[in-house]
Structures are given as structure tokens and as C-alpha cells.
Design a protein around this ligand. Structure first.
Ligand code: ACM
Length: 261
């Protein structure tokens, strides 16, 4: 299986130009699964709930249509982040899309910093959805710092964690090596680059998108401040065997009766 990511440089509020940038970056690329950053079509640094609402979309909006086109072009599945409007509520969401339409939506359960002012915390269960023979679990950016997120997706049978991100802290890439190793799962962290200076805040996004293998090895690492696309070949089925050696199976050896919280 070929899996990959796009590390883009979104312009705040300019969906058309953000779609165009991705279109150029993926020209001629084919893969089974591709991950795009968190909020790749809108940018990150909202300054009010009203502003977030103006840029948010229902799950079948222009971002979903764009991702369907992308899925067709790459001949695979695509996961990307978007600002989701559902009734009067907004969520920081990701969708998994194939050419025919949206397969699944995930709403970020662990909101970072002022996201809490515009978005509701996710209210949908963590899920694993199969597409193109790959069992895919979605999580978004700051979800990484809660080990329960990847543990749950892995216990649900994920082969690959699709991880759209807008990282501003320097810890995630290193942490993902442990997250992948302890769960024997692959992960695609698709980060963005660039600076967003809006209202009282300034965010410098840290690039270094990463594909991490089941033994914690890094299969792809993007530059810190350039747009980038990469594709690697993996055997997804390796994630279905949790045996570390003849005596230890990382999931069968768990002792949940001792884990109180
Ligand atoms: C983040 O969760 N976007 C830092």
C-alpha cells in the first residue's frame, strides 16, 4: 500500500487558493491513502466564533467536493481537516473521503487553546473505517498528547492513524515514535507550515510532517518550513500482529484490571 501526505501552507480564509496549492502539489501523484493538514482549507487562527462560522461548512460542502476530486486524481482515499458546521454548533473536524463521497467524519475531542472558544469538543465516538483495504482511524493534532486516543483507535483495529495537524509545539513528532511503537500501528501526521498572526495571537506552524512505522521508525520526515509531499510503501497488515516476540503480545498482555483511570 502507498500512503502519503501533503504539507501545505494555507492562507487564512482563502479556500480557493488553498485548494489550488494542494492541486498543484499532488499533480501526477498516486497513492492509496493521503492525509492533508488540520483546517487546511480555512487556516487556523480564528479571532471570533462568528468568523469561524463564516468559514465553516456542512460535511457535504466545498471542501468535501474538493476532496472527492483529489481522491479521484490520486486514485485513493483522502483525509483532511475542516471547520464543520452542524446546526448552530461548530467542530474542528476531519473527513475521510473517496471519489464517490464522504465515508466518515471525526470531530476533534481534545481542543487546543482558543479552539475552545469557537469549537465544541467532539461528540462522536472514535472509529475505524475500512477503505481500499486499509483500516483507518482519524485523530486531529493535539489529540496526540492523550495516549488514550491512539490506544483506542488501535484497539479498534486501526492499521493506520490519519493525523491531520496544525502543530505549534515541538513535541509531537518524537512522541509519535512511542505512540506507534506501543500500539504497533502506522501513523501519518500531516502538518502545515507558515505563520498566522491574527488578533492577539501568533502561531508559527512547525512543519516536519511525519510517517511513522509500527516499530517507531520514521519512514518520512518533511522539512520544517517548506511545502512538501511524500509517499511511502507499507505493508498495512503488519499492524494487525501485536506480537513483539514469542512471549509478548502488546494487546493480549494488557492488564486493564490494574488500570484505574
Ligand atoms: C493543535 O491542536 N492544532 C495545536
Amino acid at each position: 500500500m502507498k500512503i502519503g501526505y501533503v504539507q501545505s501552507h494555507p492562507i487564512f480564509g482563502d479556500k480557493e487558493s488553498n485548494f489550488k496549492e494542494i492541486g498543484k502539489l499532488i499533480a501526477g501523484k498516486k497513492m492509496d491513502l493521503m492525509v492533508l493538514p488540520e483546517l487546511f482549507s480555512t487556516g487556523y487562527a480564528f479571532i471570533s466564533k462568528e468568523e469561524a462560522e463564516t468559514l465553516a461548512e456542512e460535511k457535504n460542502g466545498p471542501t468535501a467536493e474538493f476532496l472527492q476530486e483529489v481522491a479521484k486524481k490520486i486514485n485513493g482515499m483522502v483525509v483532511g481537516g475542516f471547520a464543520e458546521k452542524s446546526g448552530s454548533k461548530l467542530y474542528n473536524s476531519a473527513m475521510m473521503v473517496k471519489e464517490e463521497g464522504v465515508l466518515s467524519v471525526y470531530r476533534k475531542i481534545h481542543l487546543y487553546y482558543k479552539e475552545k472558544l469557537w469549537f465544541q469538543p467532539g461528540n462522536l465516538p472514535l472509529r475505524v473505517v475500512e477503505g481500499n483495504g486499509i483500516k483507518i482511524g482519524m485523530m486531529i493534532c493535539f489529540d496526540w498528547i492523550f495516549p488514550e486516543t491512539m490506544r483506542t483507535l488501535s484497539l479498534l483495529g486501526a492499521d493506520v492513524i490519519a493525523h491531520p495537524a496544525n502543530l505549534v509545539l515541538p513535541y509531537c513528532q518524537k512522541a509519535m515514535t512511542t505512540r506507534c511503537l506501543e500500539n504497533r500501528v502506522h501513523a501519518i501526521t500531516a502538518n502545515r507550515i507558515g505563520l498566522e498572526k491574527r488578533g492577539d495571537d501568533q502561531f508559527l506552524f512547525t512543519g516536519k510532517s511525519q510517517i511513522t512505522s509500527i516499530d517507531g521508525s520514521i519512514l518520512s520526515s518533511a522539512p520544517e518550513n517548506e511545502v512538501h509531499v511524500d509517499i511511502v510503501e507499507i505493508n498495512v497488515k503488519k499492524a494487525r500482529n501485536k506480537k513483539l516476540n514469542e512471549f509478548n503480545d502488546l494487546f493480549k498482555d494488557r492488564r486493564p484490571e490494574f488500570y484505574k483511570f
